[in-house]
Ligand binder design. Structure first.
Ligand SMILES: Nc1ncnc2c1ncn2[C@@H]1O[C@H](COP(=O)(O)OP(=O)(O)O)[C@@H](O)[C@H]1O
Ligand SMILES: [Mg+2]
Length: 229
């Protein structure tokens, strides 16, 4: 579904992602783990096209999307939930979700999104800024799903979220993978969440994949050792 090869991203003279390679199979959930500053956000922003790459290629479903702008990548089926959620705080919940509809031609929020997140239906006329962190995370996921993606990318979705809600987010991601046939890439630092949600775990360190394991056979201590400071 997603293939990233010899991928490079720089800020000015400083290269952050150094020839990264990974691929994700259809319907797979892959967790990209790494400590703060290891380049997870840089990678995600670049994959969705918010910041440019300086080398390598991304293909989605066999199509080279590297030359495409961000909105064109969304049209091709990529979708993104940014770190910190970045919901529009003065807009209502409904308006926030509607901003995700632009590529679909739909005008109103499809019912199945509210079925997935009933709390958003109850709160649809509230301002996004008035929601709790967990509710904002659900809103950010709903907004990303509004474009009907094939590939959902989430950057540290558990950051600042309480443990009971983290469990719910893991379950929601597995449900949407199962029922919508989605492929998911999620960056994380919380190992328990990654073990809960992912089929495969990659560890990035200084902009390179340094470790990769299937969930079924994962050596959790080894992954944890990469994450400890
Ligand atoms: N806009 C920027 N300009 C220059 N350097 C940046 C910028 N954003 C991030 N960096 C640097 O890139 C590195 C990776 O950061 P980031 O991708 O945010 O890591 P992570 O998400 O894994 O914490 C860090 O050294 C950070 O200081
Ligand atoms: Mg980050």
């Amino acid at each position: 579904m997603l293939n990233v090869s010899d991928y490079r991203v720089s800020y000015g003279q400083s290269e952050i992602v150094h020839g990264l390679n990974f691929s994700v199979k259809p319907n797979e959930i892959v967790a990209v783990m790494g400590r703060n500053g290891m380049g997870k956000t840089t990678l995600m922003k670049s994959l969705i096209g918010v910041i440019p790459s300086s080398g390598g290629q991304i293909s989605l479903d066999g199509k080279n999307v590297t030359p495409l702008k961000s909105y064109q990548r969304v049209e091709q089926g990529m979708s993104y939930v940014p770190q910190g959620r970045m919901i529009f705080s003065s807009m209502t919940v409904r308006e926030n979700i509607e901003t995700g509809l632009t590529t679909t031609g739909r005008r109103t929020v499809p019912k199945d999104l509210y079925d997935l997140f009933p709390v958003l239906l109850d709160m649809r006329n509230r301002r996004g800024g008035n929601l709790s962190g967990g509710q904002q995370q659900q809103l950010a996921i709903a907004r990303a799903l509004a474009s009907d993606p094939k590939l959902l990318m989430l950057d540290e979705p558990t950051e600042g979220i309480q443990p009971s809600i983290i469990k719910e987010i893991a379950q929601t991601l597995k449900d949407i993978r199962d029922h919508r046939g989605l492929t998911i890439v999620v960056t994380e630092q919380v190992l328990s969440f990654a073990l809960d949600v992912a089929d495969r775990i990659l560890v990035v360190e200084k902009g390179q994949v340094v470790h990769e394991e299937a969930r079924a056979t994962v050596d959790a201590q080894k992954v944890a050792s990469y994450l400890s400071v």
